[in-house]
Design a protein around this ligand. Sequence first.
Ligand code: ADP
Ligand code: GN1
Ligand code: MG
Length: 370
Amino acid sequence: MTPAEQTLQEVLEAFDFGAPVVGAIRYGHGHINDTFVVHTQPENQCCRRFILQRMSSAAFKRPDQLMENIIGVTEYLGKQVEAYGGDRGREAMEVLRPKNGQPYYTDSQNGAWRLYPFVEHTVCRQAADTPELFAASGRAFGRFQQLLKDYPAETLYETIPNFHNTEDRLKKFKEAVQADKLGRAAECGAEIDFVLAREADCSVALNAMRAGRLPVRVTHNDTKLNNVLMDDRSGEGVCIIDLDTVMPGLVIYDFGDSIRFGANHCAEDETDLSKVNLDTELFKAYTAAFLEGTEGSLTDEEIAYLPWGAKLMTLECGIRFLTDYLVGDEYFHIAREKQNLDRCRTQFKLVADMEAHWPELEAIVGNYRK
Ligand code: ADP
Ligand code: GN1
Ligand code: MG
């Protein structure tokens, strides 16, 4: 056995799966955690599946606080789902504790692992093939926002400090350019200039928040299409997953991050930038559905700032990919060289496209202003 296999074996033994484990393999397309699907074989029954994850130590310095957040939020959501007569096992995540009764298991190499039931009869999409599908994800994220609207935000830890603080992201980017520890800055001149030309943009949402025009709410903060599981028959959103970054934030971040990832027809690391374009029909479909999911609870200013959410989340993500490329790909998993630079380039192409379509985006959200 390799050391990695030995660790996995140790971890599998730390949990009670209720039946023999017949396999554990890597799963999913997340960039942060190490995700495995575990298959068990109960006697005379179908195989049961679980999601086992090693939380990223690069991203999350305090797994204890992270899991306290997740347990608080999942239990709260579970009760909400029961209250409206939904199916708690499908519509809310559930943390399954290891045999030692802790919220997660720490292995002998200090890796932190958690376990969830696999939510069956769902699909996880990497691209929004149709406006209907994208709208379904928007309704689900809007409803998620709505369900958590009375959650006590002050009890949540900031699992990644300054996660969507665009001013702080800009500062860290500049430090990485300055240090240029791998000599990669020279090949990124156009991308560096792209960011520097948009320094002022990095303060737009923060200024509105500081002025009291955008309220702080409990937000998901990582609303990619592949962080919602969709019913494999109806196509409707079933369960919001990847709750690592549920923290106080701005609602425009949740709207914006979904648009960033889903309102185009390309992978995040597409190298043919001519294919990377904002699809305003998808933007329109998502806007309608997200606002439907929030049940009219957003303020007029929040609605007005939705295009800014889209632009800033895309710019910020491009800055993060570029920063990670400059420091040596420490944060986002990569499968090939320059993948983070390619990811950065798609984000900046989308930002430019959003700027080119700005009046149209404002007109779309304008239809919902109060
Ligand atoms: P990351 O933070 O690395 O993105 P996620 O928590 O999003 O990790 O999990 C990675 C992938 O695993 C998801 O995109 C999804 O395909 C799958 N997944 C995660 N949790 C579940 C679950 N409870 N049931 C089914 N699939 C899941
Ligand atoms: C990461 O965890 P995952 O793969 O769903 C990242 C997001 C980025 C996204 C870019 C905790 O999301 O912030 O927007 O990659 N999550 C974290 O694809 O940093
Ligand atoms: Mg994810």
